[in-house]
Design a protein around this ligand. Structure first.
Ligand code: ADP
Ligand code: 5GP
Length: 205
């Protein structure tokens, strides 16, 4: 029987490397990645429709009004939201969808989709986190400070996640996250129709 795709939520403090991990997961394993909408300005090299759909606050508000988001949240000085249509369609067609979103959004998704897997990616230490964030070179010192403060607030929500993966060595982290996604498919409750079918076949013999 055709199964619907799984929803995989990946969060982590800004600079932990989740964007890098997700990109590798998509390239290597072909997961479907939801492209969010945001009101923040594009970073150098970011392309509209690839990293994000870049929106004005007015257009973002319209999408909220039309129920266009599964969830949306304010993060530091901007809004971010997950477009509803893409995610619902991909899952319906049996594809696993990754959402790379912050913690408020993740909690919101968990309420609506209790089967979603929530994975939190952490840097090995706060110092390494700050080094990575600064090393990325995409934010001003002021924004880096705001993001580090936000990480301190977000750290109180880590307990809500199903899995914590430390992104020390990148490839190891990617493999661990993939293993989590793969093992979800083997959960007993995700194979109920298979179990019923094989029972029927065996007993018919
Ligand atoms: P996030 O999406 O969590 O904000 P990024 O994926 O943009 O973080 O990564 C932040 C910086 O850390 C980038 O410069 C990236 O190349 C680097 N980085 C990511 N993963 C690792 C890792 N395992 N070891 C060292 N540097 C990393
Ligand atoms: P950045 O500005 O670094 O791209 O993203 C900032 C934060 O917003 C990150 O934690 C990222 O995961 C989160 N984010 C990106 N898209 C969404 C979204 O659609 N919804 C929510 N709630 N958070 C998002």
């Amino acid at each position: 029987m055709e199964r619907k795709g799984d929803l995989i939520v990946i969060s982590g403090f800004s600079g932990a490397g989740k964007g890098t991990v997700v990109k590798k997961l998509v390239e290597k394993y072909g997961y479907s990645l939801s492209v969010s909408a945001t009101t923040r300005a594009p970073r150098e090299g970011e392309v509209d429709g690839r990293e994000y759909y870049f929106k004005s606050v007015e257009d973002f508000q319209l999408l909220i009004d039309y129920n266009g988001f599964i969830e949306w949240a304010q993060y530091v000085d901007n809004y971010y939201g997950t477009p509803r249509k893409f995610v619902e369609q991909e899952m319906e067609e049996g594809r696993d969808v990754i959402l790379e979103i912050e913690v408020q959004g993740a909690m919101n998704v968990k309420r609506q989709y209790p089967d979603a897997v929530l994975i939190f990616i952490a840097a090995p230490s706060a110092e390494e986190l700050k080094n990575r964030l600064a090393g990325r070179g995409t934010e001003t010192a002021e924004v880096i400070e705001k993001r580090m403060k936000r990480a301190a607030v977000e750290s109180d929500d880590i307990d809500e996640y199903d899995y914590i993966v430390i992104n020390d060595d990148l490839d190891t982290c990617v493999e661990k996250v993939n293993s989590i996604i793969v093992s979800k498919k083997c959960l007993h409750d995700n194979n109920l129709s298979f179990i019923e079918e094989i029972k029927r076949e065996l007993k018919a013999n």
